[in-house]
Design a protein around this ligand. Structure first.
Ligand SMILES: Nc1nc2c(ncn2[C@@H]2O[C@H](COP(=O)(O)OP(=O)(O)OP(=O)(O)O)[C@@H](O)[C@H]2O)c(=O)[nH]1
Ligand SMILES: [Mg+2]
Length: 443
């Protein structure tokens, strides 16, 4: 079995899907059912049946047992599906037992999301990251591979016999592949690091679009940048980040980044292997949190997104960048609700919010103005005295700051009036500790 290839069978088969839920209050909302539907359709094979199923007592051996399992078996036989998706977390044992009883391939939510990532990854880094996540996932579930391989080799189950050796060998094989992948990733990232340093040197503020999958990040990205990245009604349409420069109405440039979407129960192996890409988001100067305000699940999606962001920033030991909320898809709401949201957005201070439709463009000019305000906010005005030998200093100022005026006195000293952000001011002081600078009021 090649652990790293996307299983072609999964893509061509119709699937049967169960969304297990436990007690009251956990019944999946229509949006959640839609999401699962979308995830399974993203595999490309279509859907034979999908239903939420209340599992009062999850069985440790199968998750579903008794009548539920019987019914599933009947549906599988009747529809002839070759794939069953259980939209929950299955233990390796549960997965193996279900496969044995149903005689079809069974995957859980993590397996499903990993498959879709596998189909979507385009760049080398994206592919390496998905491969790494899949390997780590497989490694954590090796109990299944063990039985499978033992059966294949006719192992007789002696204590410490061939089966166990095979398990160890499998683990070693995966570990070797993991190390190789990690090395390749370091190499790919080094190349990207060079490009990022270039951006930083130009001091273009970076703004990252972040949000739940399907919230409309790419649609907004395209509208703002006149770009043409894939925006589709399907989960994880975007996997690899795209960056474009964008001129704000008053002329300042920002670099806008479109990123991979988040999802409830994002597999930890995926977070781990996408950490480098995701952490770039944390280096942004501003996060635009795009929310689908027309979705029933908007509130839970928001908290899932924030939980991932907070976990990432805790892991990286950094502060989260400032967040601006973009309340998207308001065109899908009735006029009264739309009006109400527009007002509520205007009143919300922490974080600031703006109601828009990326689809129709409504509210987008206000969004741009809000971004502009944000970056305008921390500008300070200052005047710097330049001596004839201060060529470096002058060059730095002209490269980084907005210059309002430059005058000279009889002694040949220059006086530059400039505006720059607090962040740049800090850097200026680090680099030129002896400079004669007078900071005036914030602009
Ligand atoms: N009605 C309406 N539909 C929208 C709006 N914004 C996005 N959509 C639709 O929502 C779907 C998802 O949009 P995307 O831009 O691909 O969403 P995304 O956040 O980039 O999703 P991922 O890349 O999968 O994380 C597409 O079918 C869009 O046409 C909007 O403002 N109004
Ligand atoms: Mg997208």
């Amino acid at each position: 079995m090649n652990l790293t290839d996307t299983d072609p069978d999964l893509r061509s088969d119709k699937a049967g899907v169960i969304i297990p839920w436990t007690g009251p209050g956990h019944r999946p909302t229509p949006d959640r059912v839609n999401e699962t539907n979308g995830l399974v359709e993203a595999l490309g094979g279509g859907l034979a049946f999908l239903r939420p199923e209340q599992v009062r007592k999850p069985s440790p051996s199968h998750l579903l047992s008794g009548g539920l399992l019987e019914r599933l078996k009947r549906d599988v036989d009747a529809s002839g599906v070759q794939l069953v998706v259980i939209d929950a977390a299955l233990s390796p044992i549960q997965q193996r037992n279900l496969e044995r009883d149903l005689q079809v391939k069974v995957i859980d939510r993590t397996g499903l999301i990993l498959e879709i990532f596998g189909l979507r990854a385009r760049t080398r880094e994206g592919r390496l990251q998905v491969e790494l996540a899949r390997l780590l996932y497989e490694r954590s579930r090796l109990v299944r591979t063990w039985t499978h391989l033992e059966r294949q080799r006719g192992g007789s189950g002696f204590l410490g016999g061939p089966g166990e050796t095979q398990l160890e060998a499998d683990k070693r094989m995966i570990d070797r592949q993991v190390s190789r992948l990690k090395r390749d990733l370091v190499e790919v990232r080094r190349t990207r690091e060079v490009q990022r340093t270039g951006r930083r040197r130009r001091e273009t503020p970076v703004v990252a679009l972040v949000g739940y999958t399907n919230a409309g990040k790419s649609t907004l990205f395209n509208r703002l940048c006149g770009a043409d990245v894939l925006a589709r009604d399907m989960p994880f349409a975007t996997l690899d980040p795209t960056i474009r420069n964008l001129a704000l109405p008053l002329g300042a440039d920002i670099a806008l980044v479109d990123t991979v979407g988040f999802i409830t129960d994002l597999p930890t192996h995926l977070i781990d292997s996408f950490r480098a890409t995701l952490e770039e988001t944390l280096e942004a100067d501003l996060i635009l949190h795009v929310r689908d305000r027309s979705s029933d699940s908007d509130a839970s999606q928001k908290s899932d997104v924030l939980a991932v962001l907070e976990a990432l920033s805790a892991g990286a030991g950094t502060m989260l960048p400032p967040i601006l909320e973009v309340w998207n898809k308001i065109d899908r709401l009735d006029p009264a609700r739309r009006h109400q949201l527009r007002l509520a957005a205007r009143q919300q201070v922490e974080p600031p919010a703006i109601a828009v439709s990326a689809e129709t463009g409504e509210g987008v000019p206000d969004l741009l103005a809000l971004i502009e305000d944000h970056f305008g906010q921390d500008q300070v005005a200052c005047s710097v005295t330049l001596h004839p030998a201060d060529g470096d200093l002058r060059a730095w100022l002209f490269a980084h700051a907005t210059i309002d005026a430059e005058t000279f006195d009889e002694a040949g000293r220059g006086l530059v009036a400039a505006r720059l952000s607090q962040k740049l001011l800090g850097r200026f002081r680090d680099q030129f500790p002896a400079a004669e600078i007078v900071v005036k009021t914030p602009v």
